[in-house]
Design a protein around this ligand. Structure first.
Ligand code: G6P
Length: 612
């Protein structure tokens, strides 16, 4: 989703901002812009399209700059992606300039008010309404720049992360957040704003996370954070960000997605580091250890998430139901937040999110907390909103994930969910031989995943046969049903091929009507339910479908029914999703690349969906 970068210091701000916007490209966007505090006032350059086009525009301009500027990548909500709707937006007099993530819900009322006072907006955006409103108050109330921004924000209904400049104050930038994440980077006599830490860590690792309803005024003498509603100063901790620059660069891979697929032996390992004691067959998850009884005592358990994380949630529910034998409900966060539900103080809600910023997931957590439930986060991004909002939680430690299509975060989420189920079982006294076997098998997962990656070329060759396919079906049973959903999602996200995932036996209730020689069907075959799925394969073969089999069992026997076969290692049924997902990620990746798609930034998609 939209990205924000701001800079005040001693460097050329356009260089810092352009580089930062490139680091934020992964979030998804369709236009870009920058505003610099130059000798002639606030100068804005913006365009529809990519940051490199903005860079070209900048190289053609000869503005002498100061050391202050803000930049933005916009993912269109109000108004089409064109130059006029791109950010930064300025008021009519050019005094105030602003970039914005989120949605101003009462922009209609504010626009009407502005119109009554003779102020017309030029663009279709809610953002321009906000900047015009700030400038209107600045003129009318004669307050300082920061007091004016605060006053304006008190009137705003909706979500925002903003960075604002004022022509009268060449050494000040303001950042404020409500519902859209924003961080400050504190360097040596230089300050940064980012919608996440990726544009900043090259310069400093000292980060301040703005919380909801906070506004920072940054000047050359430092920064001050206030609570917007109450207007009191908030003391903020400076936190140190640990990940390295390498982790947010492609490091020789063609795409971040491929790098992240290949990182999985390491990321799965990281998710288990210090948490599995193999010798004593014990699991420990520091973030929830003190809350285990609260979780166990819950009368009902919910898991919520969106997208790929929702598929992990579904696997999580299977794991918990099997291992601790408690019913678990899985809900899309966008549904849970609005649907009347039976959630109360006897409920524990697990929420899963890579970014920790997904608006629907965050809103579902807030609603659930209001209803008295206890909330547990399973999050990748350290310090993110969901990590802070939940009562307790476990980081998955997958490292930064840049490719829009989630890969390594998914397998790490499933790894953490497996450990959670094991830990709860142990606390319940179910320290069985089966639990010991699960623990022993978990530590072998990185090596098993590596063996699939070593055979990636085979999958690339298979992909070559499906570049012209228009539809795909993915079928799996039990734990492999969510994997089928995830395989289908990966393919449609990055290759734009229509794909659906189904429980294999459900095929007979509809999808079988679609089977012909143009329909590739991916079957995920594991030991559990082997005979049943072999029957499903034969049903497809009998109707002329093109069969791709991913199997841990009897490859020789299955090759008679398949057009293409991918063999994978075998482990405990409950852990197989971590194995079976890998070839499906590779298949989607290679098909998309062979089709010439930009797999890291697929059209219309955003990495982190911070609006409804
Ligand atoms: C977007 C991304 C998906 C992701 C989903 C949930 O749709 O493109 O890859 O699975 O959001 O995001 P989260 O950060 O909450 O896991």
């Amino acid at each position: 989703m939209c990205g924000i970068v701001g800079y005040l210091g001693h460097r050329d701000p356009s260089k810092v901002i352009i580089k930062g916007l490139k680091r934020l490209e992964y979030r998804g966007y369709d236009s870009a812009g920058i505003a610099l505090h130059s000798d002639s006032g606030l100068v804005t350059q913006k365009c529809a399209g990519k940051v490199k086009e903005l860079e070209k525009l900048l190289s053609e301009s000869s503005e002498a700059g100061s050391n202050l500027g803000i930049g933005h990548t916009r993912w269109a909500t109000h108004g089409v992606p064109n130059t006029i709707n791109a950010h930064p937006h300025s008021d009519t007099s050019g005094k105030i300039t602003l970039v914005h993530n989120g949605i101003i819900e009462n922009y209609g009322t504010l626009k009407k008010h502005l119109k009554e006072n003779g102020i017309e907006c030029q663009s279709d955006t809610d953002t321009e309404v906000l900047v015009q409103f700030i400038a209107y108050l600045y003129e009318k109330e004669k307050l300082s720049f920061s007091d004016t921004v605060r006053l304006a924000l008190k009137e705003v209904v909706g979500a925002y992360g903003i960075a604002v400049l004022c022509k009268d104050e060449p050494d000040t930038m303001i950042a404020a957040r409500f519902g859209s994440p924003l961080v400050l980077g504190i360097g040596e006599n230089e300050w940064f704003i980012g919608s996440d830490t990726s544009p900043i860590i090259e310069y400093t690792r000292n980060i301040v996370f703005l919380d909801e309803g906070e506004m920072a005024t940054i000047t050359r003498s430092g920064f001050e954070v206030i609570n917007i509603n109450e207007n009191h100063i908030v003391a903020k901790d400076i936190e140190e960000i640990k990940y390295s620059l390498d982790e947010i660069e492609k490091s020789g891979f063609d795409f971040f997605m491929l790098k992240e697929i290949f990182e999985q032996p390491k990321s799965i390992q990281e998710s288990m580091r210090g948490r599995i004691d193999l010798e004593n067959h014990h699991v420990k998850l520091g973030g929830i250890q003190d809350w285990l009884q609260r979780i166990i005592d819950a009368k009902n358990i919910y898991i919520t998430a969106c997208g790929t994380s929702w598929h992990a949630a579904l696997i999580g529910s299977f794991l918990l139901e099997e291992i601790i034998q408690k019913p678990v409900k899985v809900e899309y966060a966008s549904e849970l937040r609005y649907r009347p539900s039976a959630i109360n103080s006897d409920t524990v809600l697990f929420s899963i999110s890579q970014s920790g910023e997904t608006a629907d997931t965050l809103a579902a957590i807030k609603k659930t907390k209001e209803l008295g439930a206890f909330t547990v986060g399973i999050v990748n991004a350290v310090g993110s909103s969901i990590a802070r909002e939940t009562d307790c939680g476990v980081y998955i430690h997958a490292g930064p994930e840049i490719g829009v299509a989630s890969t390594k975060a998914f397998t790490s989420q499933v790894s953490v969910l497996s450990m959670m189920a094991i830990l709860l079982a142990q606390r319940l006294g179910k320290d069985t031989e089966y639990i010991h076997t699960l623990i022993e098998e978990m530590v072998k997962l990185p090596t098993m995943v590596q063996s699939i990656l070593d055979d990636a070329e085979h999958i690339e060759k298979i992909a070559g046969h499906f570049v012209d396919s228009e539809h795909f079906l993915y079928l799996g049973r039990g734990y492999q049903f969510p994997v089928a959903l995830e395989g289908a999602l990966k393919l449609k996200e990055i290759s734009y091929i229509h794909a659906e995932g189904y429980p294999a036996a459900e095929m007979k209730h509809g999808p079988i009507a679609l089977i012909d020689e143009n329909m590739p069907v991916v079957f995920i075959v594991t030991e559990k339910g082997y005979e049943k799925i072999v029957s499903n394969i034969q049903e497809v073969k009998a109707r002329g479908g093109r069969v791709i089999i991913v199997t841990s069992e009897n490859a020789e026997e299955l090759s008679q029914y398949s057009d293409h076969i991918i063999t994978i290692p075998s482990t405990e049924n409950a852990l197989m999703p971590i194995i079976t997902t890998i070839p499906l990620q590779l298949l989607a990746y290679y098909i998309a690349v062979l089709k010439g798609c930009d797999v890291d930034q697929p059209r219309n998609l955003a990495k982190s969906v911070t609006v409804e």
